[in-house]
Design a protein around this ligand. Structure first.
Ligand code: MD6
Ligand code: FE
Length: 228
């Protein structure tokens, strides 16, 4: 066998391992490397958005500073402060509307949802998380959207993190799965309100994102349409 044939075979094996759809639970799928072909445009859009709406550490209603820095794009953004968790049309830091959702974000999220069995997903909000080593996200449910008939689509970029996903009760034992650069998790149906979180991020340097992990979480939040 020529060295070149061997190279082609290796490459095909590599591709196959990169395009798996892994069922995490009913309605919950991990699409390995699904966003990888779009890494450049996603990173470019992410940088543009966070130039207008910078990453910041928000306060929980209990007054604790979150270790994950956040921003948003779309017609509303998820925020938290001493008044509570909610969506708002305006960025409280700049007092301007959140940057619009780029069309490449929207169509990739829609395609990923379709791949996991949820057609016509039309996100109106994207929460952008920035983790540095040591940052984590405690087990929680995403439940500020008012309507749970739509899935959530989550895209991981940069450093690998350990994703914890449990059941509908906080006490249910959580499974653990690694999320790498380009991985997409889609979360809906009977799993829509499953508890989930991110373990403390380990030290590292990624060739695309440096010492960070970014996460884009797309939602269709009815509570945005009902804002004044
Ligand atoms: C994160 N993800 O990956 C945090 N929520 O940074 C989430 O909180 C999340 O990945 C709902 C569905 C999928 C997720
Ligand atoms: Fe979440």
């Amino acid at each position: 066998m020529s060295q070149f044939t061997e190279f082609l075979m290796q490459r095909d094996l590599f591709d196959a391992s990169h395009n798996e759809k892994i069922k995490l639970n009913d309605g919950a799928y991990l699409l390995k490397a699904y966003a990888l072909p779009f890494e450049a445009t996603l990173m470019k859009s992410l940088m543009a958005i966070t130039t207008d709406a910078p990453f910041r550490h928000m306060l929980t209603p209990g007054g604790r500073k979150m270790s994950v820095a956040m921003s948003n794009c779309g017609s509303g953004g998820w925020i938290t402060d001493k008044k509570g968790y909610r969506y708002d049309h305006l960025d409280p830091l700049t007092e301007k509307a959140w940057p619009a959702m780029p069309s490449d974000f929207f169509s990739l999220a829609q395609k990923a949802a379709e791949e996991a069995g949820f057609s016509d997903f039309s996100p109106n909000s994207c929460l952008i998380n920035c983790y540095e080593p040591g940052a984590k996200m405690a087990l929680h449910q995403d439940k500020d959207e008012g309507d749970f008939s739509h899935p959530i689509v989550s895209i991981s970029l940069g450093l690998t993190a350990k994703f914890l996903f449990g059941g509908l009760s906080r006490k249910d034992k959580a499974k653990r799965v690694l999320l790498s650069h380009g991985d997409v998790v889609v979360w809906g149906g009977v799993s829509r309100l499953a508890y989930h979180g991110i373990d403390k991020l380990k030290d590292g340097v990624h060739e695309v994102t440096g010492p960070f992990r970014y996460n884009l979480t797309f939602r269709s939040a009815q509570t945005i349409d009902h804002l004044g």
